[in-house]
Design a protein around this ligand. Structure first.
Ligand code: DX5
Ligand code: ZN
Length: 219
């Protein structure tokens, strides 16, 4: 079954607990939490303290997407704060294998993300050790961008690599996903869908979650 991961980046940060509760009650399984350092990407967002404060308010899977340089420095802080999954960027560290091991040793699920210009074949050797792969379908850093069409081919190739090496591994896609293109993303092989603007900028947030669900339920 396809899972939905609303991206908190587009929520109202003054009312985070309220917005998180709305998507949880509407049936979203994951909360996608974007962490940006102003270095790996030209934007800044939140740190572990916000994750810690939100944790008691939600039972959703906390899916933390680290867009920071040398992510190994902050893995422990985010897991202690309540992260269930840690995604880090393949491009952001020289210690890729060590970071996967660290995340798992600390009891979370380990995931690697690749930017639009990085090819899935570059991470093929890591898939056997991963719980999830995240394909970025926009340049990381900002919500509200348009889906890069070439991502569909990358999702398809990644799905084939996952089926070959580790079929239990999830395939998440993040960036520019709306109800009009989510079916294409799922048909290409994704099973976890991130959506920020399409959900939190909608006039009816709960309605937007349900609209996504309807689009993917019969695929
Ligand atoms: C972008 C983030 C995304 C972002 C997606 O760097 O990783 O999670 O919130 O936002 P939309 O769905 O608006 O493209
Ligand atoms: Zn993200």
């Amino acid at each position: 079954m396809v899972k939905l991961a609303p991206s908190m980046l587009s929520a109202d940060f003054a009312f985070l607990a309220r917005d998180v509760e709305i998507v949880e009650k509407a049936g979203a399984e994951y909360l996608h939490i974007d962490v940006m350092d102003g270095m790996f990407v030209p934007n800044m967002s939140i740190g572990p303290q916000i994750v810690k404060c939100l944790r008691p308010h939600s039972k959703m899977v906390f899916d933390v997407h680290l867009m920071i340089v040398e992510p190994e420095r902050y893995v422990e802080s985010f897991i202690k704060a309540g992260a269930d999954i840690i995604t880090f960027h393949y491009e952001a560290t020289k210690k890729v294998e060590e970071t996967i091991e660290l995340i798992k040793r600390l009891g979370a699920k380990a995931s690697i993300s690749i930017k639009p210009k990085t090819q899935p074949e570059e991470i093929e050797h890591l898939i056997k050790d991963l719980d999830m792969v995240l394909i970025m379908s926009v340049e990381p850093g900002f919500g509200g961008q348009s889906f890069i069409p070439e991502s569909l081919d990358k999702i398809d190739r990644t799905r084939k690599l996952i089926d070959k090496h580790n079929p239990a591994c999830d395939l998440q896609v993040d960036g520019g996903i709306y109800t009009h293109n989510v079916a294409d993303v799922v048909k290409a092989g994704a099973n976890i869908i991130v959506a920020g603007s399409a959900i939190f900028n909608a006039p009816d947030i709960a309605g937007a979650v349900k609209a996504f669900r309807e689009k993917v339920s019969n695929l």
